[in-house]
Design a protein around this ligand. Structure first.
Ligand SMILES: CC(C)(COP(=O)(O)OP(=O)(O)OC[C@H]1O[C@@H](n2cnc3c(N)ncnc32)[C@H](O)[C@@H]1OP(=O)(O)O)[C@@H](O)C(=O)NCCC(=O)NCCS
Length: 127
């Protein structure tokens, strides 16, 4: 039986930083993190509005902590506000310390996504 999600815009995605994500110093490239943020925002926004979405803007990106090869990374996204055809998705990125089981905020960003119909035209979002 299908179950409905009571909070459909909340999306969590986990990764382990691998050597291919990193520079020669072992820190993850900012562009890799931006790609992960974009994917979380796409999933969060499309689940919220029930349509395909495109990225209009990624803003307020702040890299608070370095992420190194072997680090476990948890990204959480949630629609924080809804306009006519656009949505703002807050994405927070955490480093997970598996020993202490604590999370440390490593990056944060706001993503603006626009809902599109099947023809690729902007479509009004039902709130
Ligand atoms: C994003 C896109 C659909 C917007 O189309 P547009 O005709 O310029 O749209 P509008 O100016 O009418 O804006 C539509 C909505 O998006 C918002 N928006 C568009 N660009 C924005 C920006 N740079 N910052 C904030 N909001 C923006 C508008 O405020 C509006 O919101 P509302 O309908 O909730 O009031 C269009 O520019 C596009 O297709 N861009 C390329 C997207 C892309 O290729 N992304 C990367 C891969 S997914």
């Amino acid at each position: 039986m299908a179950e409905s999600n009571p909070c459909p815009s909340v999306v969590e995605v986990n990764h382990i930083v691998m050597p291919e994500h990193a520079n020669p110093l072992g820190s993850v490239f900012g562009g890799v993190i931006l790609g992960w943020i974009d994917l979380v925002a796409v999933m969060s926004a499309s689940r919220y509005c029930g349509h395909n979405v495109v990225t209009a803007k990624i803003e307020a990106v702040e890299f608070h902590l370095p992420m190194k090869v072997g680090d476990q990374i948890c990204l959480r996204g949630k629609v924080s506000s809804v306009g006519n055809t656009s949505m703002v998705i807050d994405v927070d990125v955490f480093k997970v310390d598996v020993t202490s089981r604590q999370e440390f905020q490593a990056t944060s960003a706001k993503v603006i996504m626009v809902a599109l119909d099947k023809q690729g035209n902007k479509i009004k979002i039902n709130k």
